[in-house]
Design a protein around this ligand. Structure first.
Ligand code: PRP
Length: 210
């Protein structure tokens, strides 16, 4: 049987995912000493980890080239797609928030505000739910720059410790929702390799509760 492939979000969620895999007794040495390799064996041949950017984790799982994926709820909410979201892994906890320059009264005034974000869908649906007409500008990273440069009135972004906002003179004006890492599964894969996947889910769930 070929190994079950798990797509893992590089960076922020990587360390906690490896720690969880080790907690269920899987050898993760190859991932820890990965160098520039992108596909690595985990355990004793039963799993393979694929290191990818968050949005690509969804793409690989959706298309079935990876059986499972570990990705943030932020990416799931922004990109959607068809797969099963089966487990809240409990780590990677942060929140989505609207943040604006400290002291600026973001909610006042009647003119349409400009919002910079890496997550245009989430930003759009949040402001729509408020009945607020906003202009959204997509930024790829370090979104905090946009209001500092005068491009936007506020940002919609992930806040974890809050230090990026603080160090750049911004503050949260409203929390949109909480986020954490989730385990996703390819829909066909869950039927075809049901037993193996359910066994892994079971182990992960139990390890998480300890
Ligand atoms: C995220 C987010 C904030 C920062 C928040 O960016 O976009 O910039 O982390 O974290 P904090 O509240 O702990 O300061 P990330 O580091 O993922 O980099 P990016 O902006 O280049 O995407």
């Amino acid at each position: 049987m070929k190994p079950l492939r798990i797509a893992l979000t590089k960076g922020r969620l990587e360390k906690d995912t490896v720690a969880l895999l080790e907690k269920i007794g899987l050898d993760c040495e190859a991932v820890k000493n990965k160098g520039r390799k992108l596909i690595l064996p985990v355990g004793s041949g039963q799993y393979e980890v694929v290191l990818a950017k968050a949005a690509d984790v969804i793409t690989y799982v959706e298309h079935g080239v990876c059986d499972l994926g570990v990705v943030g709820k932020d990416t799931i909410t922004e990109y959607g797609g068809s797969y099963y979201e089966v487990l809240d892994l409990g780590f990677g906890r942060c929140r989505f928030a609207v943040a604006a320059p400290k002291g600026a009264d973001f909610w006042s005034g009647y003119s349409a505000k400009t919002i910079a974000t890496k997550y245009p869908n989430i930003a759009r649906s949040f402001f729509e739910s408020r009945g607020m007409d906003v202009r959204i500008i997509k930024i790829e990273g370090s979104v905090e720059l946009a209001p500092l440069l005068g491009l936007s009135d506020a940002i919609v972004d992930i806040v974890e410790t809050g230090s990026t906002l603080k160090e750049n003179g911004l503050e949260v004006v409203e929390t949109i929702c909480n986020i954490s890492a989730r385990l996703i599964v390819n829909t066909a894969g869950l039927k075809l390799r049901k037993q193996e996947i359910e066994q892994l889910l079971d182990q992960l769930e139990r390890a998480n509760q300890q």
